[in-house]
Design a protein. Sequence first.
Length: 371
Amino acid sequence: MKNLNTPYFMINEQALIDNLEKAKQLKEISGAKLVLALKCFSTWGTFDTIKPYLDGTTSSGPYEVRLGHEKFGGETHAYSVGYSNADIEAVKPLSDKIIFNSLSQLEAHYENCKDSASLGLRINPEMSVAGQDLANPARAYSRLGVKQDLLSLDVLNNVDGFMFHMNCENKDVDAFIRVLDHISTTFTEYLDQLTWLSLGGGIFFTYPNYPIEKLGLALKAFAEKHSVQVYLEPGEAIITRTADLVVSVIDIVENDKQTAIVDSATEAHRLDTLIYNEPATIREATKGATYNYVIGSCSCLAGDQFCEAQFEQPLKIGQKLHIEDSAGYTMVKLNWFNGLKMPSIYFQRVDGDIEVLNEFGYEDFKATLGK
């Protein structure tokens, strides 16, 4: 690994399997089916490791639907905030379930889709667990899902299932159960007539010491009460702590604070660090140590930095740093801002072998902007 050119993502297969074993445990206890949320992680070179544990994929756009169908298999769930006619024609032959975001979308596409897949509707439960308003599906004036006061039982003539997505990195099982009880009570007359129900993603059941059995039993009781097949749509829970973004220090500048410039950028390679203002974690750092550095990107965006961290020894130009937990919402959001070198993607297998999943060059950059 010392000879690999930075920047690159290194995905650890054993760490991935450790998360998947927890997913397997949850499935066995709850009877729920789990489909991988491709909006979080679509690095299909790892799918052979993931497929034995999960039941399929769920998508937020037509290209994800196709990728899930072609590269993962199992059940392919299609959801979109808004389907065009062309989108529907693309996903219809590939999907086991098509979930609509609004009553108007369901009405517009029902006749075209009713014989192709099991149809569903996203519901806004007007209750959620999300740390930031930007990621809160039940925020004020949310465009995501149908509110209860717009529903009537007539909708059950056109759908087999509902989808509720109302969590974001929710580590609190009791908070989730409160939302689950709210859904059970508020939507009972609908749930009792549905075939399936997706409870979305954002349930952080692979977080250290998370009470998986408590979650599983709550899901099992809910499913039995309403005689419905429950689905979960984990993304981050499957790939958390499985990959580092490895970068090199290329300069150190000083302006009251020392900034280590690295050959990567949040704007281009780890966008959620910037969007959510959540500082990254550096493996080599030691909190409270003597030498303090801002870990700054090499982009031209003035506020583009990964974090501020302390180290036992001064950083040196050429030194590698590992930006931890860099799988979720990273590779799916990579972009060519500033024409920066795109990180390679590697997969470290259980036996230690390193597999090249992708490497990028100038021609890839060029191809995104013209023929």
